[in-house]
Design a protein around this ligand. Structure first.
Ligand code: HEM
Length: 178
């Protein structure tokens, strides 16, 4: 019995079209295995939890400062955003090395979307940290506004990073025995 187009799931039909498209076939032909890895684990994926957690912690500290007016939360916010920036730059260095060294990652538009959103996040974190260092009293409202913007970009960068791994299979190391 012949299968009509309607019997085939849409994602399979689109996958078929992709493999017939010469540009998509060229993109998929390159290896996406991580080049910056420690005993088989991509280092960038191991590091990204720190900027995500510190950025979330910064927003939480600002909200608690707004709510309690306790200067303790000002100090927490200063250290949290500094930690977010430093760990984000460290993760960004590993991610950039991966992006530039691995052709299969470099040729994907999705990798650049992730890189641009992540670098925008790092810039927001830098401004938010610098603001607190020179003028701690500006946390309300400017620091809080920057923390909200930082959280939005943490979500965007994290979501696009996740898409790279789970949709495109970037950085996944599967042995030929598996
Ligand atoms: C600034 C330059 C950055 C570049 C060029 C970059 C590049 C990459 C690449 C190539 C991957 C695929 C996995 C791998 O090969 O290791 C990835 C994954 C990922 N990235 Fe980035 N990244 C950057 C910064 C960041 C930052 C600051 C964050 C924090 C929000 C982040 C969050 C993620 C996440 C959550 C994943 C998925 C990891 C997983 O689920 O295993 N990236 N990134």
């Amino acid at each position: 019995m012949n299968k009509s187009d309607d019997d085939i799931p849409q994602d399979e039909r689109e996958g078929d079209k992709d493999s017939q498209n010469p540009v998509m076939a060229e993109v998929s032909s390159h290896d996406t295995t991580s080049a910056i890895a420690l005993v088989g684990h991509p280092i960038h994926a191991m590091m990204v939890h720190f900027p995500i957690a510190f950025s979330t912690g910064t927003l939480a500290a600002d909200v608690l400062y707004w709510w309690s007016a306790d200067p303790f939360w000002l100090r927490v916010g200063l250290w949290a955003v500094g930690g977010a920036f430093a760990s984000g730059v460290a993760a960004g260095i590993a991610g950039t090395a991966e992006l530039l060294l691995v052709k299969g990652i470099r040729v994907r538009a999705a990798s650049w979307t992730h890189a641009v959103s992540a670098m925008t996040l790092l810039s927001i974190l830098a401004v938010n940290w610098g603001l607190r260092l020179v003028s701690p009293e500006s946390v309300l409202p400017h620091g809080l506004g920057l923390s909200i913007l930082g959280m939005i970009f943490t979500g965007l960068a994290g979501w696009h990073g996740g898409k790279l791994v789970f949709d495109h299979g970037v950085g996944i190391m599967v042995s030929s025995k598996e």
